[in-house]
Every structure is written in C-alpha cells, then in structure tokens.
Design a binder for this molecule. Structure first.
Ligand code: SF4
Length: 109
C-alpha cells in the first residue's frame, strides 16, 4: 500500500496512543458500556474532552490488549466500529487509529 499523508498521520497518531497506553495510563476499563444509557454517558464525556487525546483514552477505557467481559473477548478487531484496512476506529467520538488487539469499553459487535 502506498504511503499517503493520511496513513502517515494515522501512524503518528497510533504511535502517540501506543506510547500513552504503555505509560501506565489509568484508563476507566470498567464498567464496560453494556446499556444504551451507559454508552450515552460515556459519549457525552468524550464530547466534553474535545481533542484531548489522553482524556479520550482514559474515558474510553482504552487498553493495548483485549478485555474479557461477559464471556466475550472484546478487541478492536471484532468491534463493529473497526475499519480493517485502515486499522481505524470510526466511532465519531473516538475517531482514531488503533491496533486490532487494542480494546475500549465502547466495544460493540
Ligand atoms: S469502539 Fe471498537 S474499534 Fe473503537 S476503540 Fe473501541 S473497541 Fe476499538
């Protein structure tokens, strides 16, 4: 795949996220967003976080590994918001590059 401005921007952003996750970020991994109300509450907080990447990762409960919840292994790779070819989360409130094995508490099938 040719390197485009978009892919190189994605890679820079992905590296930034990887570094924040590796720095022992205290993300709100639980509770997971199981109900519509829980999703809406988290999405509203993400909206207030604006472009603050670290806050978004904390509120979203990001991890660099899949999270087991209710008997399901939740990872970006199996989430409905994951764009396989771009390795990207298209949930508007997150809108960021990810890795397939990462996870967040807004995971949806
Ligand atoms: S919403 Fe889905 S694709 Fe986006 S970060 Fe969370 S688990 Fe990954």
């Amino acid at each position: 795949m040719p390197i485009t401005v978009a892919t190189s921007n994605d890679e820079r952003r992905r590296e930034e996220i990887r570094s924040l996750l590796g720095d022992g970020l205290k993300a709100e991994i639980f509770p997971r967003a199981d109900t519509h109300e829980e999703v809406q509450a988290i999405v509203a907080r993400l909206g207030h976080a604006g472009n603050d990447l670290k806050s978004k990762l904390i509120i979203g409960g990001f991890t660099s590994y899949p999270v087991e919840h209710a008997g399901i292994e939740q990872s970006c790779e199996t989430c409905m918001y994951y764009l396989v070819h771009r390795k990207y989360c298209e949930l508007p409130e997150l809108d960021c590059p990810v890795e397939p094995e990462w996870s967040c508490r807004l995971w949806r099938i």
